[in-house]
Design a protein around this ligand. Structure first.
Ligand SMILES: C[S@@+](CC[C@H](N)C(=O)[O-])C[C@H]1O[C@@H](n2cnc3c(N)ncnc32)[C@H](O)[C@@H]1O
Length: 402
């Protein structure tokens, strides 16, 4: 493989923004990619994938390169040299790579790989917490969460079918495959910028992981129902709920951030979803007004995001144990307060993109034992794990109001 100095320089700059300035990896990469309009898709792919790879394996690469945070530019260059050697490529004869100790790098890799926290590049606290909660399967899950995630689309049934979309994408030179477990999902055979396609501009699909696509159907909505999507964010699940409801009935999408709800409205227009109404949660009144009125409630709760590390590897370095404690309290509070909107015989789904029992099953059990939860019964639980199911990690519980 032939390396280009300006592309590695761009990678080093992106890493600086992520590691030293605390920027989110996706945003830092998007910004760097705007730097040179002459870069083609291969160049862009190189910068994005190399940056993500080094973010994923930060602890391992930093240890091998013997560098420490905050990283100086020379340290980041050393980490890219480690990446090049471990990928089996010849190190370019550039000044930054002068005297790269290739044999030592390989030796250190073999030595450090015996220890999971280095091999899978994990903070100690995260490794211990996940081991405590997941037991023996953590080993395999940690490794699966370090694999690059597929790009998965959800065909928007308000406008198209998966078969029709597949053809349209093919005409735009994007090849996709289908998966029997995920009926609306199309998986890209090769990475591409799907947001540039006409099919996207026409609202024929959304980018949504296959695991995430199982949550809205789990809510068992029907056309004409009144449904609340309590933690709607920018609306990934709300748009899918609208499609499942064939635009009939009402979806009340709430969040504590107006900016996310604005983005939801924009996406809904593109998708042709007309039955979504957004409401900002800026006081307790919003929930009180809806008490006992909803046929269905979806709580797609804020969580640690440990199930989606393949997509957000920088979360390994940004997450703190205190945040997970706080988010657990928020999850229980949301369950307690929002569950009041469900009418008798109505149903509620609690979902997260976490793989920790303390954010999932244990939260549901705690809720069911509480006063608010005593009027609900658990119908079904489902969880997805990256190593077992091949997609992101998710949890969902369906509860019925007695
Ligand atoms: C997992 S994300 C939602 C993703 C979204 N449902 C989707 O499918 O794209 C969780 C959301 O909960 C919101 N949130 C956090 N605390 C909340 C609260 N107390 N009430 C409502 N939403 C809240 C966050 O702003 C965030 O958008």
């Amino acid at each position: 493989m032939r390396f280009h100095h300006n592309l590695v320089q761009a990678t080093v700059d992106a890493l600086h923004n992520i590691f030293n300035d605390g920027k989110y990896a996706d945003q830092a990469i998007q910004k760097i990619l705007k730097r040179d309009t002459r870069w083609g898709s291969r160049d862009r792919g190189f910068i994005a994938e190399t940056t993500y790879d080094i973010v994923r394996y930060k602890r391992l690469y930093a240890e091998i390169a013997n560098v420490h945070e905050p990283f100086k530019p020379a340290d980041l260059w050393r980490m890219t040299a480690v990446w090049i050697v471990l990928k089996g490529h010849a190190v370019p004869a550039w000044e930054e790579y002068y005297n790269t100790p290739e044999r030592r790098i390989k030796g250190r890799f073999d030595e450090l790989s015996k220890n999971r926290v280095y091999r899978e590049s994990l903070p100690d606290w995260m490794d211990q917490l996940a081991l405590k909660e997941l037991g023996g399967i953590w080993e395999k899950e940690a490794s699966a969460l370090n694999k690059q995630a597929d790009v998965v689309l959800r065909a928007n049934s308000l406008k198209t079918t998966p078969a029709e979309l597949k053809e349209k994408l093919q005409s735009e030179e994007i090849a996709v495959s289908q998966h029997e477990r995920f009926p609306d999902a199309l998986i890209l055979k090769e990475r591409a910028n799907v947001f540039m396609t006409q099919a996207f501009k026409d609202g024929l699909f959304e980018v949504q992981d296959a695991g995430s696509q199982l949550i809205a159907p789990f809510v068992q909505v029907e056309p004409g129902m009144r449904v609340m999507d309590a933690c709607a964010g920018a609306g990934g699940k709300a748009l899918q709920l609208a499609a499942l409801m064939e635009n009939k009935g009402q979806i009340i999408a709430t969040d504590i951030y107006q900016s996310k709800l604005n983005e939801l409205k924009r996406r809904a227009r593109r998708a042709g979803a007309h039955n979504i109404e957004t409401r900002l949660i800026d006081s307790t009144k919003v929930i009180k007004k809806l008490a006992g009125k909803m046929d269905r409630l979806l709580i797609d709760a804020p969580c640690s995001g440990l199930g989606v590390l393949r997509r957000n590897p920088d979360a390994k370095w940004k997450l703190q144990p205190e945040f997970i404690d706080e988010i657990r309290a928020t999850q229980q509070d949301i369950l307690q307060r929002y569950s009041t909107v469900v009418k008798p015989d109505g149903m509620m789904v609690y979902a997260t993109c976490s793989i920790l029992a303390s954010e999932n099953e244990n939260q549901v059990q705690e809720f069911l034992k509480s006063e608010a939860g005593a009027t609900f019964e658990l119908v079904e639980e489902q969880s997805l794990l990256a190593h077992r199911d091949g997609f992101d990690g998710f949890y969902m519980a369906l509860m019925k109001k007695k």
